[in-house]
Design a protein around this ligand. Sequence first.
Ligand SMILES: Nc1ncnc2c1ncn2[C@@H]1O[C@H](COP(=O)(O)OP(=O)(O)O)[C@@H](O)[C@H]1O
Ligand SMILES: [Mg+2]
Length: 369
Amino acid sequence: MAGQLFIGLMSGTSVDGVDAVLADFTGKRPVVLAAHHRPFDSALRTRLLALAQPFAGELDAASEVGLELAAAYAEASLAVAASAGVMPAAVAAIGCHGQTVRHRPERGYTLQIGAPALLAERTGIAVVSDFRSADIAAGGQGAPLAPGFHAAVLADPITPRIVLNLGGIANITRLVPGQPVTGYDCGPANILMDGWTERHLGQPFDRDGAWARSGLTLAPLLERMLDEPFFAMQPPKSTGRDLFDLGWVDRRLDGSESPADVQATLLALSATTIATAIRSTVGAHSTALDVVACGGGARNTAFMEALALQVAPARMLSSNVFGFEPESIEPLAFAWLACARLYGRPANLPDVTGASGPRVLGAVYPAPA
Ligand SMILES: Nc1ncnc2c1ncn2[C@@H]1O[C@H](COP(=O)(O)OP(=O)(O)O)[C@@H](O)[C@H]1O
Ligand SMILES: [Mg+2]
């Protein structure tokens, strides 16, 4: 049916590229018609990573990189539409998260770049972006925003579920029948492992966790890392590169550690903090529970095995068990958020973000005439 096709674009803290889906929201359950991953080339990735820290000239740099991003987003949007055989004119809107360069809800702001007006111009499709600031203006964290979508699409009437997104950062959504949906960022998923792998192996990530498997978890180092106050903070809370970067790791090393053992310890850190967060969130439901993993980290077999051990007897599943590839869930959430915006439906969950009430999220850039 016309008017129900939406594209969702997500490029997260991993800065690996953009994941795109084209989805049909006509029925009760969205149908992913096509998915596409467009990696960032290393020059764009380097420029994006540089923007994580303040520097002189950053405003011009951010604006220029935003235009480059829009070009990448346009390519991904047109590619995903073409692979489904759908004309751009048939797409109601693109939900474009953009690339976060600052996330400071405690100071009242968050900033995603990606030149949405240029994206609309390049694709001929309306764009919805800037999804987080209305929630922050209402006193919320502006994150996570996917839980509303998870609740609409992945909740089960009987079995309690946790949706666990393993991007750069890990976030969880609690879907327990009869209880409010809650969710928050629990800490690093891949971000520290990726950074450490890049530094020592020159690779963007540790494929299947093979390098982490070759090392041993260093218990004293793990203890020092677990002392990070963020882990003990009560939700709502959200985090990103502002806190978890390689400097954070370096400050906890004593210099005697082998790089492979540090990698194994970083994997253990992510698995431990995620499992602890899940247990404290579901309480008595932590036994008969399904943990539904999505995001690129669901491809990391060593990570998934470590998580399965830590959350047992809860079951660790990949989202593809429910018909959605792990990489499709987050972009699909932003397609859903764009749809909610066009229909004027509030999409934040105040219990999740801490906002003072439901808000319609996102700014609309109409399709060029
Ligand atoms: N085969 C794999 N083995 C290990 N890690 C993987 C694999 N595939 C993807 N990843 C991880 O997933 C990350 C990308 O996940 P993604 O969901 O796109 O995160 P983000 O939303 O932060 O961009 C990569 O940086 C990498 O750490
Ligand atoms: Mg990504």
